[in-house]
Design a protein around this ligand. Sequence first.
Ligand code: HEC
Ligand code: HEC
Length: 311
Amino acid sequence: MREYRNGRLLGHAAALMTGLVLMACNRTAPPVATTTAWAPPPDSLIPDDSLGAAIRRGQAILRDTRDSLPAYATSSLNCTSCHLGDGRQVGAAPLIGVVARFPKYLGRAGAVIPIEDRINYCFTRSLAGRRLPNHSREMQDIVAYLAFLSQGLPVGTVPEGLGIPAIPVLQGDSARGHGLYDTTCAACHGATGGGDPAQRAPALWGAASFSIGASMARIERAASFIRHNMPFNAPGTLTDQQAWDIAAYIDRQPRPDMPGKEEDWPFGGAPDGVPYATAGRVPSEPPVLLPRPDSEAALVPVPERASRRER
Ligand code: HEC
Ligand code: HEC
């Protein structure tokens, strides 16, 4: 996916620069990450011990985030609303091997971050919820499950099929999208986008949906997700144009604000279509934003320097 590729490009650029610096010091450059075909272990290999219990708790939190952590996951979404198939499904931002890719430089944060911070970006942006303490048992349970989904993959290796594969860039027509939404999506997600708990279908807009700071709030990302994964009972049946039209309709609806979003991409390089202002960019059609009651709890601070001594 594009966001992911950007991160990797930046990673490559950083690796190249490190390489140049090291070459100047007459040393060997570190290897650049390689892509490999790889599958995570099946659930039947979750061990029958204390670590296995943590892995299973983490998996349960991903599936039922809202029920497991009502103080932190306050919207209608669970982690597996987007990371389908318990984070294993190709085309739906799979979490396989993810622990082997962290710490990672994230252009949006402008910093190298640990996996707990990346998880909290999804808590605060994609779930429009609150930051989970990094050292809490629940956070470590989630990391234990993600480590299980990464078991056996060499650190720094990138498995094939990550992200949400991009589809051709088209112009979305939200009026056409409205009609398609009513006939193809509303039966599960509701005519007013509020979702349907009885069908585990999360809200697509409104107070219980993902925030403006989520990747899904970018029309291109939403179109790609929808094209590959929705309708849930018949994925792959929409055309690229239909996916763009529906995404344009959904992403122009009101949704929760994201505190601190003006600090995103502090060094520039925000992808096209980010629906809020960032360094040097103004969005074309920003949606109406709903206030976040507890905005401080939604902020994920970038790692601070422990020592002031320059190296
Ligand atoms: C609204 C959709 C959505 C929800 C809900 C969501 N995520 Fe994400 N998440 C994404 C997208 C999109 C990405 C970016 C995927 C990529 O770059 O490969 C992502 C990325 C991630 C990553 C980093 C993946 C990588 O390879 O760098 C982790 C870890 C993650 N999510 C964990 C979670 C957890 C844990 C939850 C629940 C608290 C969650 N996500 C909920 C959409 C979502
Ligand atoms: C048969 C019911 C059903 C239909 C029809 C359906 N969805 Fe979904 N959708 C779901 C379910 C269920 C999930 C969450 C998946 C999970 O929890 O495993 C979901 C998740 C999503 C998500 C990611 C989570 C979120 O809230 O952002 C998006 C986006 C989405 N659907 C869009 C659509 C669109 C657009 C359509 C119409 C083209 C559609 N869906 C049709 C059931 C449905």
